[in-house]
Design a binder for this molecule. Structure first.
Ligand SMILES: [Zn+2]
Length: 673
């Protein structure tokens, strides 16, 4: 018999309180394969409570084969029958469960005698909406499923849902209130999410990757998967953005003096429609225009730079800068020196300049609205290094840390010195007193390959959390579940519980492979080691010809980064893992190993196609036949296995492949045949 038991306050991972224990008791949902409890909702439950109850029943049934009945409160059986109350009920307040007064996203897990209550604040909102803070009831159910049943959501879909089998689910007395430690949590998935609102795949993408119906199924599975990981809180995220984008086109002719002074002595940009022209932020007339005309006077004043490095070179702006470093670290050269816009704009750190700007603008804004707050948007490009002039800001200024500029600093894994350096930049910004969010881009990396990092990025995330990170939004969730699974799982788990040990998160993931757990761990270690051992080689390889666009340039060089011979030891490990998994009568362990094999085979087929293209992304005429065959093989492979969700194939085709390879032309040639 495999008993799953949780104890009160076993994991003190959330803010919130642990209460004094009531007299020892036990709540029994299922014992020896027999139902011992009913699930109870309000007579008129909200959609959130109904959904949460269904999630509980579904997972309990998966674990035990026993389906618990769900009844409304007025039809609930009398004590001593065990009742699991889900959501806001009339019974709740009698036991001190006052859901309406809980903080946003919070929930209470409380046993009373042999009953259990799980409730958070509720309203009519969509329980799956990441901007709905009133889904605490649902979060409470997920917390219970993880702790009491050991449920692990590895990737979207049934196979990625690991529910350990048991015939008994019982917990000892429990009494706690919890809320997510991070105020907002998201791996951006807007492109996939748009499918839920009716977006159609582009024709070429549908031919190369996901079919429309499978893409929609994937989006639906992903939506529930992300909520199971308690992604959300987006209503609490301060606004950000590249606010000055497009200003040159709008105001350049009338007010050229508002725009950056170039090294050639002109203002702005030769192209009157150029979008990414940064501002001359010391210009007082511009400052006043922003406050009086641009800002609506409510809440946040957004001041994010354009999405392009290089800043104003005028004397007034330069006077606001701190000194540039005497010695530039070898891994940060592009932060200070070799910026691609150095010929026209100031290439160094302008963090102090912008910090001063934000502070000044907050003071000006307060004259209009005493409750004004400033969002500097991104600590990015020229503002990525921490200020060096000891400027003091305050909690009414918010910005998000985006490690960027030099390729040594953008991706994980990165050289250890670079890792230490970005920690110092985070700390430096923290010392100014501003509020900090985290908004990195490194999850874009790796294309369809087992190119990832767990240890270093996990360490940085936890460092940032220990030093004031309020929330995190990653750009973007590319969904390469079968080749980068542990990395994605780790990020999702850290978002829920930033203090969880990385080793424990890894163990959770590998445990879903049953008897093959150790071999699967060795398999992923092999690939992580490969990424770490080749960190400098990969930086060099992907640095040209598309500086800054490593994730988009990736397909062109995939075969050089991952030559076929490096797959051999990995394939052998998965063969071994499959044999081990097959020793268990539970077939899902072997299915999960096959899932990993699918990802690896897909990577290998991609390498075979990539190797036929030349460096510019064109197919040489004399290799056209070979190319068509390789593409046909790759597409056939995807179509046969797309239901597994081994990869978000929409990302693969739309984001990486089509823009870089002339696959469109090849597809047309395939169609002709
Ligand atoms: Zn200026």
């Amino acid at each position: 018999m495999n008993r799953c038991v949780i104890t009160t306050c076993a994991v003190a991972i959330f803010l919130g309180l642990c209460f004094t224990l009531p007299a020892a008791g036990q709540v029994s949902l299922v014992r020896d394969g027999e139902a011992r409890a009913v699930v109870v909702t309000a007579d008129e439950p909200t959609e959130t409570a109904e959904y949460a109850a269904a999630e509980l029943v579904r997972h309990v049934e998966q674990a035990t084969g026993v389906q618990l009945d769900t009844v409304v409160e007025s039809e609930a059986p009398e004590a001593p029958h065990t009742r699991v109350y889900i959501g806001v009920t009339e019974t709740g307040p009698h036991h001190g469960v006052d859901a309406d007064n809980l903080p946003r996203e919070a929930y209470i897990l409380r046993s009373v005698g042999n009953d259990l209550l799980i409730a958070g604040r509720e309203d009519d909102g969509d329980p799956l909406d990441p901007g709905n803070p009133n889904a605490g009831t649902l979060f409470g159910v997920y917390e219970f499923l993880e702790e009491a049943l050991g449920v692990r959501w590895l990737w979207p879909g049934e196979l990625g849902t690991y529910v350990p089998q048991t015939d008994t689910i019982e917990i000892s007395a429990i009494n706690r209130m919890q809320a997510p430690a991070l105020h907002f949590r998201e791996l951006a998935w807007g492109r996939t999410r748009a499918l839920l609102r009716g977006r159609e795949l582009e024709e070429e993408d549908a031919r190369l990757g996901f079919s429309q119906d499978v893409a929609l199924e994937y989006a639906q599975a992903l939506e529930s998967f992300l909520r199971r990981h308690r992604m959300g809180g987006m209503d609490a995220k301060p606004p950000t953005g590249h606010i000055f984008a497009g200003w040159w086109e709008r105001y350049g002719e009338e007010h050229p003096e508002w725009f950056m002074l170039r090294r050639d002595g002109t203002r702005g940009h030769p192209d009157p429609e150029f979008t990414h022209v940064d501002m001359c932020i010391t210009n007082e007339e511009l400052q006043d225009y922003i406050i009086e005309e641009q800002w609506d006077g409510e809440g946040w004043l957004r001041l994010g730079s354009v999405d392009r490095p290089g800043r104003c070179t005028c004397d007034d702006c330069r006077a606001w800068d701190g000194p540039q470093p005497d010695e530039i670290p070898w891994f940060a050269e592009m932060v200070y020196e070799t910026d691609r816009r150095a010929e026209v704009a100031f290439p160094g750190a302008t963090s102090d300049r912008y910090a001063r700007f934000w502070k000044l603008m907050l003071e000006k804004a307060r004259e209009r609205n005493p409750n004004a707050r400033v969002s500097g948007s991104f600590l990015f490009e020229n503002e990525f290094p921490a200020p060096v002039t000891d400027i003091q800001l305050n909690k009414d200024i918010y910005a998000e840390f985006v490690q960027w500029q030099d390729p040594h600093l953008r991706w994980f894994p990165m050289p250890e010195e670079a890792h230490e350096w970005i920690k110092q930049q985070w700390l430096g910004w923290k010392r100014t007193g501003i509020r900090l969010g985290y908004r990195p881009n490194y999850l874009h990396d790796g294309y369809v390959f087992p190119h990832f990092d767990i240890w270093q990025s996990g360490e940085f995330f936890q460092f940032a959390y220990e030093h004031g990170m309020e929330g995190a939004r990653f750009d973007s969730l590319t969904g390469q579940w079968a080749v980068q699974g542990p990395r994605l799982y780790m990020h999702l788990r850290l978002m829920t519980d930033p203090e969880m040990a990385i080793a424990d998160i890894r163990d959770e993931y590998f445990s879903a492979f049953g008897p093959a757990a150790e071999t699967v761990e060795r398999y992923f270690d092999y690939w992580e080691d490969y990424s770490v051992d080749n960190v400098l080689e990969f930086i060099e390889l992907f640095q040209s010809p598309f500086v800054g666009w490593r994730y988009r340039a990736y397909p062109l060089k995939a075969h050089l980064a991952f030559p076929p011979e490096v797959f051999e030891p990995a394939k052998a490990m998965l063969d071994e893992a499959l044999e081990e998994a097959q020793t268990d009568s539970n077939g899902e362990y072997a299915e999960r190993v096959r899932f990993l094999q699918t990802g690896l085979e897909h990577a290998l087929l991609t390498v075979e196609l990539a190797a036929i293209y030349d460096e510019s992304g064109s197919m040489p005429e004399d290799r056209l036949e070979e190319g068509k065959q390789a593409l046909a093989k790759l597409v056939e492979f995807r179509k046969e296995r797309q239901h597994l969700f081994f990869a978000d194939l929409q990302w693969v085709t739309n984001y990486w492949e089509r823009p870089r390879w002339d696959v469109g032309e090849l597809v047309m040639k395939l169609d002709e045949e």
